[in-house]
Ligand binder design. Structure first.
Ligand code: SF4
Length: 96
C-alpha cells in the first residue's frame, strides 16, 4: 500500500497499513479472515474461508483500488481484490 502522511500519534507500523483508497473496504476489521493461511486451520477450513473472503471482494466498493494497491506490493500476501496471494505452490486465483 502507498504510505501516506499521518498524525504523529499513530505508530509508524500502523500508519503504513492505512490507505485512503481503501476506505469502505468490506474486509476492514476482518484482516485475519483474509490471510492466506491461519494457524491450526485445516485445508477444508482454509478453502471455505478463502472462498468466503473472495466473495466479499466481489461485492466490495473499492475492489478496483484494491487491485491497484496490490500491484504496488512487492510480496502481497492474503486475499486482495478477489485474488489469493501467498499460498505455497499456488498462483493467485480470480474470484468468481
Ligand atoms: S477487494 Fe477484497 S481485499 Fe480488497 S479491499 Fe475489498 S474486501 Fe478487502
Amino acid at each position: 500500500m502507498t504510505r501516506v502522511a499521518r498524525p504523529s500519534r499513530i505508530p509508524d507500523p500502523i500508519s503504513a497499513l492505512i490507505d485512503d483508497r481503501l476506505t469502505g473496504a468490506r474486509c476492514a476489521g476482518k484482516s485475519p479472515l483474509f490471510d492466506a493461511e491461519l494457524d491450526d486451520e485445516t485445508a477444508e477450513e482454509r478453502s471455505e474461508r478463502l472462498t468466503w473472503a473472495r466473495g466479499q471482494c466481489t461485492r466490495c466498493p473499492v475492489r478496483g483500488a484494491c487491485r491497484e494497491a496490490v500491484r504496488e506490493q512487492e510480496h502481497p500476501h492474503g486475499v486482495w481484490g478477489g485474488v489469493v496471494h501467498g499460498l505455497p505452490g499456488r498462483p493467485g486465483r480470480e474470484a468468481a
